[in-house]
Design a protein around this ligand. Structure first.
Ligand SMILES: [Zn+2]
Length: 339
């Protein structure tokens, strides 16, 4: 089969790779219905994470099970499934506590920008639907695998409540999904920080009530002004840079939580500054598995359409263009057709 392989900085290729096989009795093999490119794929693509060997890219997936290992009990061939980008057993103490992304057997999914993929710990990781969903729902179910689940976690970690005033730092796909999540959780006011017209429009479509285009001190000042000089009740940090993290913390009111899901690069904290700020930080790789059954249900009932976050669709063979478009911010998120 042909799949996406990253060789080095800005060098992703669509090329022949071996088909995945059951290598442990807890594995499943799925035929993907669609795949996509994640904002976090851009870190190694841009050379910000070192690449020592060719990498099989892709960790967001949904599709039909074609084979399961001998120890797999709940997942069956022919079922349509969605899984998290974090592989988890869903039975260890951390999984039971709702933090499947800290599972004792944690692995990160790889090799999903491909027609077939191996999913380890299939029973713990995969959520099956009762029947095969219609084609139009595939982008939204695929989104649940990571980008929606991660935006949802940002809102959950920030403790968004009905009536909350929420600020969202970052207008990438995760930030946009954070807006959708905050709206579902009953936020009354959602302030999206975005400088780009097309992304501002998407933010409003997903539920933003206010847009702040300014950054840094000016952006923080604008949020304070919009909140009567108080700060936001909950802040979602969906970028991962020092600037975005500082903007998030300083946009929050004392006592508020910052849910941060952008992988930090170059972010450091001063203990005393944090102490006197009295803002909480909760984040990390999202425990998407905790939210998956609910998110899949919302999609199947057509209460949310997170698939709108994909503003570019390409065949998997054009994966290099998909990365380029996201790298150059021409696309928010690229869906890759694999069939
Ligand atoms: Zn676990």
């Amino acid at each position: 089969m042909k799949a996406a392989v990253l060789y080095g900085e800005r060098d992703v290729r669509h090329e022949d790779v071996p088909e995945p096989k059951i290598s442990k009795p807890t594995d499943a093999i799925i035929r993907l219905s669609a795949s996509c490119i994640c904002g976090s794929d851009l870190w190694p693509y841009r050379g910000l994470n070192p690449i020592t060997a060719p990498m099989y890219m892709g960790h967001e997936y949904c599709g039909v099970v074609v084979e399961v290992g001998s120890a797999v009990k709940t997942v069956k061939s022919g079922q349509f499934v969605v899984g998290s980008f974090c592989i988890s057993d869903n039975t260890c103490p951390h999984c039971k506590f709702g933090f499947q992304s800290s599972c004792e057997q944690l692995e990160f999914m790889t090799g999903a920008q491909a027609p077939l993929a191996r999913v380890p710990l299939a029973d713990g990781t995969l959520v099956a639907t009762a029947e095969k969903p219609s084609e139009d729902l595939i982008p939204s179910l695929l989104a649940a695998s990571d980008v929606l689940g991660t935006g949802w976690y940002a809102a959950d970690a920030a403790r968004v409540q009905p009536g909350s005033t929420v600020a969202v730092v970052g207008d990438g796909a995760v930030g946009l999904m954070g807006i959708l999540a905050a709206k579902q959780m009953g936020a009354e006011r959602i302030i999206a920080m975005s400088r780009t017209k097309t992304r501002q429009a998407l933010a409003i479509e997903f539920g933003a009530t206010d847009i702040v285009a300014e950054r840094g001190e000016a952006g923080i000042g604008k949020i304070r002004k919009l909140t009567g000089n108080v700060g936001a009740d909950a802040v979602l940090e969906c970028v991962g840079t020092r600037e975005s993290m500082m903007q998030a913390i300083q946009s929050a009111r004392p006592g508020a939580m910052v849910g941060y899901v952008g992988v930090p690069h170059g972010v450091t904290f001063d203990g005393q500054e944090l102490f006197f700020a009295q803002r909480g930080l909760m984040g990390g790789p999202a425990p998407v598995r905790r939210f998956l059954p609910h998110l899949v249900d919302l999609v199947l009932k057509k209460k949310i359409i997170p698939g709108k976050v994909f503003d570019l669709q390409l065949p998997l063979s054009d994966v290099a263009e998909g990365y380029r478009a996201m790298d150059e911010r021409r696309a928010v998120k690229t869906l890759l057709r694999v069939t």
